[in-house]
Design a protein around this ligand. Structure first.
Ligand SMILES: Nc1nc2c(c(=O)[nH]1)N(C=O)[C@@H](CNc1ccc(C(=O)N[C@@H](CCC(=O)O)C(=O)O)cc1)CN2
Ligand SMILES: Nc1nc2c(ncn2[C@@H]2O[C@H](COP(=O)(O)OP(=O)(O)OP(=O)(O)O)[C@@H](O)[C@H]2O)c(=O)[nH]1
Ligand SMILES: [Mg+2]
Length: 480
């Protein structure tokens, strides 16, 4: 019975670790799309990929395809002979191309009529059709030019807004995450081979069985994965933007601070309490790191349904913040409003606002926060006056330092996506189960390791991902 199970596991392992692409049977159609950005530019690039790409170029140019990977100037005309453009064209012979198929690039003049005319002419050619979003990258994946982490890195690079995002995306495209996850998977598969051999041919010299012997190795691997999981969201924050939420009572000066940091008049400011209702989000680049700065409704006992909903949203944003700026008016300090006390924790920076008013009222020349008045456990404190333009540069620098600390790359590449996080959590769960089964049931223990290896394989796309591929690639732009 055991042998049958072991055989089944082995067969499954071999089948499931087959790269997905090799199972795709039918010849894909030839696709085309505008691959350069939307809007008029000097040059626009239309890309074709598939078996009919070269024939299509011959049809448009009326000439033989130029030598692979050499640019050539060609007059393009449509089926009725109307001139479309004097274009630079390049052919890439598969498999030495981005997709692994025959690829043609048409470098056109960027005008609307040129691009539209060429796309229309291509659409009329037999065997060609417009590409779906991400379809070029999907083909590169199917032809093993990219694994999923590299494809996701490519998509991140296209959307990178800051230097640090670009750096992280390039690192992922270089295969940094693939190497890390494949290394872990490879080690699990090696352990699995031993476990399965032991099921077939038990080793009488090892009373605990092989499961007992490989247990320490597997547990230390689990430890490595767990360590990677608790990196404080740094890679994800870098991809999505680090969320800084401004919160406080009405009239604390939240919207004023947002406008100061944004250096732009984004949010309405007034001395009426409850001015801001919707959360207002802006994007900042702090030292190359992407930040989403969010102004929220002042927290108090809400006056009416709309304000109450605003406050509910404010608290929801505060909950998911990476950093909270908790604003307290200098006039109130050192009293902290009841509603803000619970938010002064290890994710909070206390910001004392409107110091000019307190100085005017008390005659203090320079307002200072006394160290022993600060709540324990918070990140730090700052004091500002928007009116006197005081402390804002310092706050800006403090935020930049904090954001850099939170997102700067480390030696080991960071986790960048929830999809990867879920798969790694699954793997850890299976390894926990292995730990429980190891001394008791060799067959179950082997199965747990196999499942953990499968979870890791899903990240790079080695196994069992057919169902999620459409979701992943449809997130890409058309032409990519
Ligand atoms: N004009 C143009 N520029 C572009 C792209 C493109 O597709 N076209 N790229 C699109 O993303 C990026 C470059 N990426 C590319 C990646 C691989 C191959 C390629 O031909 N690979 C072959 C040969 C490799 C080699 O010669 O070293 C292969 O992998 O076999 C081409 C472009 C950025 N710039
Ligand atoms: N003197 C002085 N007044 C300020 C300062 N910052 C903000 N104010 C004033 O304080 C009032 C409230 O400012 P807002 O920025 O609208 O306050 P808020 O926290 O966004 O208020 P709500 O949106 O109602 O929750 C406005 O009249 C501002 O002009 C400051 O540094 N000094
Ligand atoms: Mg406001």
């Amino acid at each position: 019975m055991c042998k049958a199970v072991a055989q089944a596991i082995k067969t499954d392992l071999i089948r499931k670790t087959d790269p997905v692409g090799q199972n795709s049977q039918k010849k894909p159609e030839t696709i085309f799309a505008l691959s350069s950005g939307a809007g008029t530019a000097g040059v626009a690039v239309v890309r074709l990929s598939g078996a009919h790409a070269f024939a299509a170029l011959e049809a448009l140019s009326g000439k033989p395809v130029p030598e692979a990977r050499y640019a050539a100037l060609r007059l393009l005309t449509d089926g009725s002979g109307a001139r479309l453009d004097q274009a630079l064209v390049i052919a890439f012979k598969g498999p030495a191309s981005f997709t692994g198929e025959d690829v043609v690039e048409l470098h056109l003049h960027g005008g609307r009529a040129v691009v539209a005319g060429v796309l229309e002419a291509l659409d009329k050619i037999q065997g060609l059709r417009p590409a779906e979003p991400g379809e070029f990258s999907r083909r590169a994946f199917d032809n093993q030019k990219l694994d999923l982490t590299e494809a996701e890195g490519l998509n991140d690079l296209i959307h990178a807004q800051t230097a640090a995002q670009r750096e992280q995306a390039l690192r992922q495209m270089d295969g940094a995450l693939r190497d890390l996850y494949e290394d872990w998977r490879g080690r699990l598969v090696a352990h699995l081979a031993h476990l399965e051999a032991d099921i077939d041919f038990p080793d009488e010299d090892l009373p605990e069985g092989v499961a007992g012997a490989v247990r320490p190795n597997i547990l230390s691997l689990k430890q490595e994965i767990t360590q990677h999981l608790v990196d404080g969201r740094r890679g994800e924050a870098l991809r999505e933007g680090f969320r800084i939420v401004i919160m406080g009572e009405p009239n604390a000066g939240k919207s004023t601070l947002l406008n100061s940091l944004a250096k732009s008049d984004v949010a309405i400011v007034s001395d009426e309490e409850g001015t801001t209702r919707d959360a207002i989000e802006i994007q900042l680049d702090l030292g190359g790191y992407p930040v989403r700065l969010i102004d929220t409704a002042g927290v108090r006992e809400g006056q009416g349904a709309i304000e109450q909903e605003g406050i509910r949203r404010a608290l929801a944003r505060a909950e998911e913040a990476d950093l909270r700026l908790v604003l307290v008016r200098a006039d109130d300090w050192p009293k902290v409003p009841e509603s803000m006390q619970k938010w002064l924790d290890e994710k909070a920076l206390l910001v004392i606002t409107q110091t000019d008013r307190r100085e005017a009222a008390s005659g203090e020349t320079m307002f200072h926060v006394k160290h022993d008045e600060l709540p324990v456990g918070i990140i730090g404190a700052a004091s500002v006056s928007a009116k006197a333009d005081h402390g804002l540069d310092e706050l800006f620098d403090t935020l930049t330092d904090h954001v850099r600390d939170a997102m700067a790359p480390r030696e080991v590449p960071s986790l960048t996506r929830v999809r990867h996080r879920r798969a790694l959590e699954d793997a850890v769960e299976h390894l926990d189960r292995f730990d429980q089964n190891a001394g008791m049931d060799a067959v179950l223990a082997a199965e747990d390791v196999r499942m953990a290896a499968r979870s890791l394989g899903k990240i790079t796309g080695r196994v069992g991902v057919e169902d999620i591929l459409d979701v992943i690639f449809s997130d890409f732009c058309i032409g990519k």
